[in-house]
Design a protein around this ligand. Sequence first.
Ligand code: FO1
Length: 329
Amino acid sequence: MRTSSSYQLPATSVVALAGGVGGAKLAHGLQMALPAGALTVLVNTADDFRLWGLYISPDLDTVMYTLAGVANPETGWGVAGDTWQAMEMLGRYGRDAWFRLGDRDLATHILRTQLLAEGRTLSEATRDLATSLGVENSILPMCDQAVQTLVQTPDGTLDFQDYFVRRRHSDRVTGITFRGIEEATPGAETISALDSASVIIFCPSNPYVSIAPILAVPGMRDAIARSGAIKVAVSPIVGGTALKGPASDMMSALGHEVSPVGVAGMYKGLVDGIIIDELDRELAPRIEAMGMAVSTTNTIMKSDGDRVELARHALGFCESLARRTEVAR
Ligand code: FO1
């Protein structure tokens, strides 16, 4: 869905940092609110892994399918109307198909794996796939090098999808590391998008396993800090819990307050402001005391209308912060 009355910030070019379903929903809202081509979504790839010989990039695909309008509306990941015959056949071969890959989704993994085997970078393969699906905005992996999130638990260190999907994120998390991050580097397109951005939005994605890996790519924090863009985060924590996934469990296990105040603390120094849900309105003064501007609105995205409303609100908040900065000069 693209609305005809696109919100226009002057000279807008927007970078959204995203991972997972919440991030993809706001990226979709931004796509609907902005002119085609104005948005770059910078996506976590530390969830990527190989399965059945295929290179799977769950967050890139969730963003790509969502922007292409083909995401499964029930799960948020995978393709709408997909079938599961390949998984059923793997079951007949006696294999544990714990990570559910739909038949159409499998085509994406087959083609991406082939493109990478031919020597294309992950950025190039992503552009090829997204363009074919009709996506008019840029989707960029956080880097082209292999980085893997490892989750430390009392039962030992787990690969991310083992922790997240196979074990249903039920283990207590004692630490998170990103294997290979030292060798990672932001791509030239990422640096150029951040340099020329007027707005950078941290989507309501898990701060530990979606946004933190992006920020951990050497040079990324500096590139964001150097950018003249207005930077705003949207809290993924509403009313003391995460809308989806293990973010709130991770926050309490890792010693952060499970609230937008805890989220603000994690992004302090990186963003100019944070959007929190109306339900958390009373927490605004505590965040403002940290030197961060706060705006409240409905952040729960149940419909396409909610996505575009939140995107417009975020862009409007950025515009008001830009005006405030102008006045202060
Ligand atoms: N999440 C699940 O909870 N179960 C699955 O079987 C599953 C399969 C899957 C297949 C392709 C894909 O792109 C994503 C998939 N996800 C699945 C979601 C995904 O693993 C997580 O949401 C992210 O890694 C966390 O951002």
